[in-house]
Design a binder for this molecule. Structure first.
Ligand code: ADP
Ligand code: ASP
Ligand code: MG
Length: 408
């Protein structure tokens, strides 16, 4: 008998019938004698609907109230799921984040999990109940409801698996696993059998939303093997585990895109010490994460500074930057949010040259202009116009022969 944590995403619990089907699936494990902790997302589209409601009330909705609102989505699915289990003659109990308790920081809409009190869950499991926990939410030390950021239910599941020392952590979703690129935009995408935590971290940070990046970070830290698999087909999915030799022989293991990006350029910034910190400190103080930064300098002259921020923070970031630009005497601020960051990822890149140049060549052959470039040990990213997303992803997927089973 094992303790299994399973997380089901929005599409998996998108209707009453789907919730019943998930309950039936979980009961299959209960009948085999396993102890089950189930983490659920809100019904598909529900979090978006709630955000739209908030936007219709306030131009930039108050973040504390936003979290009170957003946490209701998961409250609906966990209670319905518990009812479905009871209707089938078994016992279940649902818990909200602040009932468990899942303690978080106070950074509303982007809170981080600090600790989890497992006593209530353990007691309920000991009483033979299926425990259902609301994903994506917690509570801060003052009792305020918090949420973890979009996709945060994955993180709730992994954090619970680590805290409970679970035997298995499974992430059920609407695709059969982690693919070489988004299977919904590239039909030749191939399911990856095993992927290292580090590569998955890169894929997730670069836009592969199949797993929330913080869930992968936690899984790596607490050595929780993750099984990402389909709710609708009963096949083996993808294992996210520690790196092994076979993985290293892969040159490029995935292509990702991230549309949640916006570009801000400050023109003719005075080229002197302290300017970059004047620009970036107020942005980080507002909790906004800056991604790529490009600065051109010619000694002693004015310089241009371009960087990207999450599109969700674009309006706020622009407001802050315009204020700073006026203070430091920069000439102009321009910006665009119709951009996308396309990336190739692979641990094999560490020992091979020519990957980045191949990527640039492939994009140029398609007539796609590259606006920004950034690289790390195991990834190359290019910012391009959003309208070329699918073309770029497919061309790169083909060029790196990702549809084949093995690479040279
Ligand atoms: P859930 O609601 O179950 O959490 P998400 O929508 O957050 O599901 O994540 C699953 C989606 O991630 C898939 O439907 C797919 O479009 C997208 N996706 C993006 N990149 C990848 C990838 N490399 N492999 C698998 N899915 C991907
Ligand atoms: N419901 C939240 C979202 O849509 C959290 C999640 O599904 O993981 O982002
Ligand atoms: Mg998700």
């Amino acid at each position: 008998m094992s303790l299994i944590v399973q997380k089901y995403g929005g599409t998996s619990v998108g209707s009453p019938d789907k919730i019943k089907a998930v309950a039936e699936r979980v009961l299959g494990y209960t009948r085999k004698g396993h102890s089950m902790v189930v983490v659920l997302s809100a019904m598909s589209g529900e979090t978006d609907r709630l955000i739209a409601l908030a936007n219709s009330m306030q131009e930039q909705p108050d973040t504390r109230e936003m979290d009170v609102l957003l946490s209701t989505g998961e409250q609906v699915t966990i209670s319905l799921f518990a009812m479905a289990v009871k209707a089938a003659g078994y016992d279940a109990i649902s818990f909200l984040g602040d009932q468990v308790k899942i303690m978080t920081s106070s950074r509303y809409t982007k809170a981080r999990i600090k600790s989890i009190d497992t006593e209530k869950i353990q007691n309920s499991l000991d009483q033979g109940k299926i425990v259902v926990v609301a994903g994506f939410q917690g509570v801060d030390e003052n009792g305020n409801i918090t949420t973890l950021g979009r996709g945060g239910s994955d993180t709730t599941a992994v954090a619970l698996a680590a805290a409970l020392n679970a035997d298995q952590c499974e992430i059920f979703t609407d695709v059969e696993g982690v693919f070489t690129t988004d299977p919904n935009i590239c039909s030749s995408a191939r399911k990856i059998e095993r992927i290292s935590y580090d590569e998955m971290l890169e894929l997730a940070s670069l836009g592969a939303k199949v797993l929330d990046i913080r869930s992968v970070g936690l899984a790596k830290r607490y050595k929780v093997p993750l099984h990402v698999r389909s709710t609708f087909v009963d096949t083996e999915g993808t294992w996210v585990v520690e790196e092994d030799e076979k993985m290293e022989s892969m040159l490029v293991s995935g292509v990702t895109y991230n549309k949640n990006e916006a570009r801000i350029t400050i023109s003719k910034v005075p080229d002197k010490p302290g300017i970059a910190s004047k620009i970036f400190i107020p942005i980080s103080d507002a909790g906004i994460v800056v991604d790529m930064i490009i600065q051109n300098t010619r000694a002693g002259e004015m310089t241009d500074l371009t960087f990207t921020v999450p599109r969700t923070d674009y309006v706020k970031a622009l407001e802050i930057v315009k204020k700073t630009a006026a203070e430091i005497g920069a000439e102009d601020v321009s910006s665009a949010d119709n951009i996308v960051k396309v990336s190739i990822v692979g641990v094999g890149m560490r020992n091979h040259s020519g990957i980045a140049s191949t990527m640039f060549h492939v994009l140029s052959k398609e007539g796609i202009n590259i606006m920004m470039i950034s690289t790390s040990e195991i990834k190359v990213s290019c910012v391009i116009e959003e309208k070329y997303t699918e073309l770029a992803v497919r061309a790169l997927h083909d060029a790196f022969a990702l549809e084949m089973d093995e690479q040279q």
